[in-house]
Write a protein that binds this ligand. Sequence first.
Ligand SMILES: Nc1nc2c(ncn2[C@@H]2O[C@H](COP(=O)(O)OP(=O)(O)OP(=O)(O)O)[C@@H](O)[C@H]2O)c(=O)[nH]1
Ligand SMILES: [Mg+2]
Ligand SMILES: [Zn+2]
Length: 245
Amino acid sequence: MKIFPRKNYIIRKSVNLSKETHILASNLDQAILVITLKRPTIYYEFIDRFLITSNAYQIPTTIVFSKSDTYLKEELDEIELLRKIYFNLNINCHLITCHKKKDILKILDLIKNKTTLFSGNSGVGKSTLINYLNPKLNLKTQSVSKSTNKGQHTTTFAQMYDIDKNTRVIDSPGIKGFGLVDMKKNEIYRYFPELLEASKKCRFKNCIHIDEPGCEVKKRLLTGEISSHRYESYINLIHDKKTIR
Ligand SMILES: Nc1nc2c(ncn2[C@@H]2O[C@H](COP(=O)(O)OP(=O)(O)OP(=O)(O)O)[C@@H](O)[C@H]2O)c(=O)[nH]1
Ligand SMILES: [Mg+2]
Ligand SMILES: [Zn+2]
């Protein structure tokens, strides 16, 4: 057996008391974060936690909003809002449904000749999408619970599959919570590119952008240049004791 050196990996801290860290996947070219708005419900902060981790490990990430066939007009507007926030941060977003050939072709194009991790909450449709990418795979899928609006943790371990000779995907179990590993409170903003950029103009070098005078981040938040959703994620992370050293 040949063991290749690990190029990169996505790590997460368990949200239960064991405080274990798990390596989600290694030797990746990119990650696709699959998101649904309502079934299951998305928490915006979850997206940012994922992006911080993939940014820290230098794994290019694309957001795929799935189940587009299920959304009402207001929900499509909400997705458009999110798409704009992330597009401004150079993160591509796609809105797809597994039921449209052209959407599947778009994803096939995105993953061509690469190794791609599919990640996201349980029930967002990772395995379903992979089945459409290669119908021979026939991975197990299961409906989202009507009573809790949550997925049923159908995929139980991460596994790599071939789509064609040079294209591989990793299906992974739905993520429940997402703790961050090894980040100091005063360096978290560095993983938010727009906060990092603004921080260069903060009056104090050690500004953590909460209530310091002359804070450029707070200024840009007021003008809308920095999204309030993103700032809220940042503040929640700062206060998350499980996350922070
Ligand atoms: N309407 C609609 N339903 C979809 C779509 N994609 C997936 N689903 C449904 O969503 C449910 C969950 O799909 P799965 O593929 O099992 O979800 P998963 O992300 O692999 O879930 P875990 O393995 O638990 O992490 C299934 O009932 C799918 O049929 C889509 O594009 N449109
Ligand atoms: Mg699955
Ligand atoms: Zn500041």
